[in-house]
Design a protein around this ligand. Structure first.
Ligand code: WT7
Length: 677
């Protein structure tokens, strides 16, 4: 494929966005200027749309980004009182007359399973769940762990927590029992909400079994279980009913059950009131914790608070997708990740949007599933990840041609740098050159989009996340912390907080400061490399710490290494990334075995299983190479650069003079893995 030169820009909005919120680049610049020069007025305007028990007043933003001047903190509209659940539900129902509007089209893993949920229904279900949680003793400030698949109960539970002031800690339902347990313990949750099981494609995952293993390790009090895989069906046909009952019995037999702490969701909700007064929260009260990989191996509990997150996800959703009331919006992420928190739950609901909530996977039961859903619901704004685009590209145009995709207006992407081939395919084939491709750069920590085009306003360049969102002030620093002007490449940092930025690492102020603020005092450090071109556009070049991005999920090399070295045969392990056609990056592992241990297929399978058990299937290694020795400096530090070059098959290894024993490099090169393990 011939790629366009970097200067070529795309501006497909003509005629498509006659009523855009930000109609052109000048309008963007004017709003951006206001957001940075008069932030108090800018955010006060945004706040006006929301319901306040006690309105914001006085100083809006207080913060310190400089470790040399004391503790790092960010406070936004402190003292104001509100409730985010009230704002995303009751406000739509009572003040905006949206009660009968569809909040979610739930689309199950199987195309036969679907459900429509209006704002009225959502509010009632959330209130019931909130009351049920209260019955279990959950109070303001308590942490609730949620380990659920993409079903409506996941949204009910998170919003129920927000309603009563409990802090949700959602763990992606693809993590292992060990990862789940680690997160439950770290956040000191005493309730876990899970489901019996879920089908992902044609694979059944016994969630309750995994949850029970986790609970056993960490002894929390209650485990609420949604009957899902056994029960959910849309049809009343008697044969199906019979099958469902049989499946249910089968499931009860398989579902580990502890009478002393396990409760079925339905039993808990039975007879509970569907009205619940919200708990009025201070702006800076915690809203949720969400874990993200840390470069030391232990995941960090990223903490977000109520008001800043509410305003920021709401505003980014409105502008970045140029949201209008007749839109049908679909984000394919899982709510277990920040993308789902911000852009399936809070941002869309705050705007009163109609969204698709999808449980399944892109290619089940057929490779046209996503396109089928777009046609079925008339999706106008679509948001997915580069890894999904690359996967679907493999099947060519034909599966798309079977469906009517003319409802599409905006195509978003997130999670990793999008390669220009994938960008152009998304633009040409999916969007038929009508729809702007919105490459949104952000992180669990940023709460919402920070670098992003706006559909009608920003000329696009394939592979660039373009320009900062309102209130966001990026800078590029060199290794010495000097700020680079104009065209430059270096560390991407931010010089000031915006409302949605994280407030801390749960229970660990020291880690918060050392991870994000110590390297360059005065700046928030993203961990990403970045280039700014002659037009001032930003291009993310990838992580510059020991993190890997596999299919849009961050993993730490240390975490995978720790899993590998738990195997009794392994003496040492080093993990680096290798490019992968669909996943973007994949794991290439070097393992040094203990004396007299043999490297063979069985061992490889055991190592893969070990990683899956410790972290989850997303971390499964693609390549495992036997490494009789690892390239180390004289002080014993592993030279990852060299390992990365071996994994990438880069023959020119540059300066190896700091290596204690350069010969190991030849050995590793000669035994390099060509094919995946
Ligand atoms: C890391 C954050 C934000 C939701 C999903 C991931 C990478 C994310 C982009 C993009 C280039 C991107 C960065 C970032 N990343 N979006 N559009 N272009 N890189 O959240 O797990 O916190 O990961 O994902 O490396 O730091 P996360």
């Amino acid at each position: 494929m011939i790629l366009p030169p970097e200067e070529k820009t795309y501006h497909p909005s003509d005629g498509l966005f006659t009523d855009a919120h930000v109609p052109d680049f000048d309008a963007y610049l004017a709003l951006y200027k206001k957001s940075t020069e008069e932030p108090e007025e800018f955010w006060a305007d945004v706040a006006q749309e929301f319901y306040w028990k006690k309105p914001p007043s006085g100083q809006m933003l207080q913060y310190n980004f400089d470790v040399n001047k004391g503790n790092i903190y960010i406070k936004f509209m402190e003292g104001a009182k509100t409730n985010i659940c009230y704002n995303v539900l009751d406000r739509n129902v009572h003040e905006r007359n949206l009660g009968e509007k569809v909040a979610y089209y739930w689309e199950g893993n199987s195309p036969d399973h679907h459900q429509t949920i209006t704002y009225n229904q959502l509010l009632r279900n959330v209130c019931r769940c909130a009351n049920a949680l209260k019955l279990l003793g959950v109070k303001k400030g308590d942490r609730v762990a949620i380990y659920l698949p993409m079903i409506p109960e996941l949204v009910y539970t998170m919003l129920a927590c927000a309603r009563i002031g409990a802090v949700h800690s959602i763990v992606f339902a693809g993590f292992s029992s060990e990862s789940l347990c680690e997160r439950i313990v770290d956040a000191q949750c005493n309730i876990l909400v899970t489901a019996d099981g879920v089908y992902r494609g044609d694979k059944l995952i016994n969630l309750k079994k995994i949850a029970s293993e986790a609970v056993e390790r960490c002894k929390e009090r209650f485990c609420v279980v949604v009957k899902h895989h056994a029960f959910r069906t849309n049809t009343d046909a008697s044969t199906l009913k019979l099958m469902t009952i049989l499946l249910f019995l089968l499931c009860v037999l398989q579902t580990p059950w502890d009478e002393s702490c396990d409760i079925w969701w339905d039993d808990l909700m039975d007879g509970v009131s569907d009205e619940c007064e919200p708990e009025w929260m201070d702006s800076e009260d915690p809203l949720f914790i969400l874990y993200t990989s840390g470069s030391t191996g232990k995941p960090k509990g990223v903490l977000h608070t109520v008001t800043g997150y509410m305003l920021y996800t709401s505003l980014t959703f409105k502008y970045v997708f140029d949201y209008h009331h007749d839109d049908v919006y679909w984000c394919t992420a899982d709510i277990g990740w920040i993308t789902g928190h911000s852009y399936i739950t809070y941002g869309p609901l705050a705007n009163g949007a109609t969204s698709v909530l999808f449980e399944g996977v892109p290619v089940y039961p057929h490779v046209g599933r996503l396109w089928e859903i777009i046609e079925k619901y008339g999706v106008s704004k679509f948001y997915t990840a580069p890894t999904a685009i690359r996967l679907l590209m493999k099947y060519g145009r034909e599966p798309l041609q079977r469906y009517d995709l003319s409802s599409l207006r905006v195509l978003g992407t997130v999670g990793e740098p999008i390669n220009p081939e994938a960008w152009l395919w998304y633009y040409d084939v999916v969007g038929q050159q009508r729809c702007p491709v919105i490459d949104t750069f952000w992180q669990t920590e940023t709460g919402g989009h920070v670098l992003t085009p706006l559909p009608a306003a920003t000329p696009l360049k394939p592979g660039s996340a373009t320009c900062p969102f309102f209130g966001v002030q990026p800078a590029i620093l060199n290794e010495h912390g000097e700020e680079l002007e104009g065209e430059a490449e270096g560390y991407l940092v931010f010089r000031k907080p915006w409302p949605g930025i994280m407030r801390g690492v749960y229970g660990n102020q020291e880690r918060f400061e050392s991870t994000y603020f110590r390297k360059f005092p005065g700046f928030y450090v993203t961990g990403d490399g970045c280039r700014r071109d002659q037009d001032g556009y930003y291009w993310i070049t990838g992580r510059i710490d020991d993190m890997l991005n596999v299919s849009g999920h961050l993993l730490s090399t240390a975490e995978v290494e720790a899993a590998l070295t738990e195997h009794p045969s392994v003496a040492e392990a080093a993990v680096v990334s290798r490019p992968h056609a669909v996943k973007g990056e994949c794991l290439y592992c070097f393992v040094t075995l203990k004396d007299h241990k043999e490297f063979n297929r069985t061992l490889m399978e055991e190592l893969k299983r070990k990683v899956r058990e410790k972290i989850g299937p997303i971390a499964t290694p693609d390549f495992i190479q036997n490494a009789p020795g690892l390239p180390k400096t004289r002080s014993g530090k592993i030279m990852r650069r060299v390992l990365r070059q071996i994994a990438h098959n880069e023959k020119d290894l540059g300066d190896l003079s700091t290596l204690a024993d350069p010969k190991v490099v030849d050995v590793l090169f000669s035994q390099r893995c060509e094919a995946a393990a």
